[in-house]
Design a protein around this ligand. Structure first.
Ligand code: B12
Ligand code: SF4
Ligand code: SF4
Length: 396
């Protein structure tokens, strides 16, 4: 016959202590998600409640009311959903906010003084980050739901109506600096952001505080005076907007100050003193391709549609198309002040696209007013497009 013998009290205690120890050694779901995020190449992963950043909706509406979004009408169309995570997805309870370091290896502003070269902003010197980050967010979301054994999740990077910067600040990824981008104490201005909304309940991290202090370097360096006040950007004046988002001719008042920036701008990001703690990004697919690091303007000016598509396959630059890209190249050419570009500008006056012809007229006027005057009468009479005719009329 078997008799049940109770273990001595000390053995019970030992067993309980061992199990408690095991339980505390097992990572929490937040720690597990964070560890997986690092494996997937993210550099920051933090959590916020879905009610995060309630004031941002009002600020977004005020910004739109001012017309600061310019012709990004999609910002207006999606405003109500963008204003708060729950307006986009009512079941969301927690947010996983991710940052991926894309810090450059060299001074991103070095090529600004090379007149015969183009400056492409750091984020666009290799593969499109949207594709890269979205795939990883999906992998992280799948891991999270599997670990939780329940729940639902949605992933976002850039293009969805989500205010990534203020949400990331609430999760403690960094703070919105006076240039309005998120600054991190560890990565400076060089973090791409992404988000996972979920109906799981995750423990939030504390928010980050503003560490700008009395600094105003980013405000002072802006070549087009795009900040009406600290923490406020008028997109209509920002070179990033003008060279990427804006579809028509670039307003005359900004052309000279755009210099050789042909796609985006990094000036306000690059001068931030917090970049001294930044390091080069570890993602090879985002490291600058040599051919996108200060490419010669003369080569870019020769790209036809097929060559443009081939060169920028997989790059975010492809999105703006050859004609808008060539408009930007011609603004940079007009700013070189170098006579060797006169023939290039004159050749593009015959381009099939009005946006290119118009920019070519401006560039030629800057480089050789005499040659422009020689061509004006005959070309103006033959020009079918009113915007290009306008360029002929206003060119020097
Ligand atoms: C629209 C957009 C743009 C527009 C407008 C930029 C802007 N500042 O809004 C344009 C085309 C100009 C642009 C440019 C760039 N962009 Co952009 N853009 C976006 C996008 C799609 C939406 C941003 C948005 O909601 N703007 C609306 C305004 C109202 O929001 P906000 O800037 O946060 O405005 C806040 C402040 O003004 C503040 N505020 C207002 N008043 C006051 C007063 C006080 C006292 C305070 C404290 C705050 C405050 O409250 C507002 C709400 O938070 C986001 C992706 C996303 N889905 O979030 C990427 C995003 C912001 N862009 C990004 C990048 C990298 C850039 C560029 C650096 C690209 C380049 N090199 O050319 C430049 C930087 C220009 C700049 N200085 O902002 C990254 C920024 C990453 C980061 N670390 O912050 C994002 C997050 C994309 C991503 N997924 O990584 N962009
Ligand atoms: S990206 Fe360039 S143009 Fe735009 S706000 Fe910053 S410094 Fe100014
Ligand atoms: S440059 Fe200065 S003011 Fe601008 S974001 Fe960095 S710390 Fe803030």
């Amino acid at each position: 016959m078997q008799t049940h013998v109770s273990p001595p009290l000390t053995a019970v205690r030992k067993d309980r202590d061992r199990r408690a120890k095991q339980a505390s050694a097992a990572p929490s779901i937040e720690e597990a998600i964070r560890a997986r995020a690092f494996e997937l190449g993210f550099d920051v992963c933090r959590f916020a409640p879905a009610e995060a950043a309630p004031a941002q909706g009002e600020r977004l509406h005020a910004w739109l009311q001012d017309g600061a979004h310019g012709d990004m009408s999609w910002m207006l169309d999606t405003a109500d959903r963008r204003a708060a995570p729950r307006a986009l997805w009512p079941e969301a309870t927690s947010l996983v906010m991710l940052g991926l370091n894309y810090g450059p290896e060299t001074d991103p502003l070095a090529s600004l003084s090379q007149r015969d070269r183009a400056t492409i902003s750091v984020y666009a010197r290799n593969r499109d980050y949207h594709d890269l980050i979205k795939g990883r967010l999906k992998q992280l979301a799948a891991f999270m739901l599997k670990r939780a054994g329940a729940g639902d999740a949605k992933v976002f990077v850039d293009t969805a109506p989500v205010m990534e910067k203020p949400l990331a600040q609430t999760a403690g990824v960094g703070w919105q600096g006076k240039h309005t981008n998120l600054v991190s104490r560890d990565f400076g201005s060089w973090l791409f952001l992404g988000a996972i909304f979920t109906n799981l309940r995750l423990d939030p991290d504390p928010p980050e505080q503003d560490h700008c202090g009395s600094c105003r370097k980013c405000l002072d360096i802006c070549p087009t005076a795009a900040f009406p006040a600290p923490y406020r950007l008028d997109a209509r004046r920002c070179v990033s907007y003008l060279t990427i988002e804006h579809k028509g001719p670039i307003p005359l008042e900004f052309r000279a100050n755009i210099g050789n920036r042909i796609y985006g701008c990094d000036d306000c990001l690059a001068v931030c003193p917090w970049n001294k703690y930044a390091s080069a990004g570890r993602e090879a697919k985002l490291a600058a391709r040599p051919e996108f690091d200060a490419p010669p303007l003369a080569q870019l000016a020769r790209l036809d549609d097929a060559a443009f598509r081939a060169l920028f396959a997989g790059s975010p630059i492809k999105r703006i198309g050859r004609d808008r890209f060539m408009r930007n190249v011609l603004i940079a050419i007009g700013n070189t002040g170098l006579p060797e570009f006169v023939a290039e500008a004159e050749r593009l006056i015959d381009d099939a696209a009005p946006i290119v012809r118009g920019a070519a007229v401006w560039a030629l006027g800057r480089l050789s007013p005499t040659r422009l005057a020689e061509l004006r009468r005959q070309r103006l009479a033959a020009e079918p497009d009113e915007t290009v005719r306008q360029e002929w009329r206003q060119a020097a």
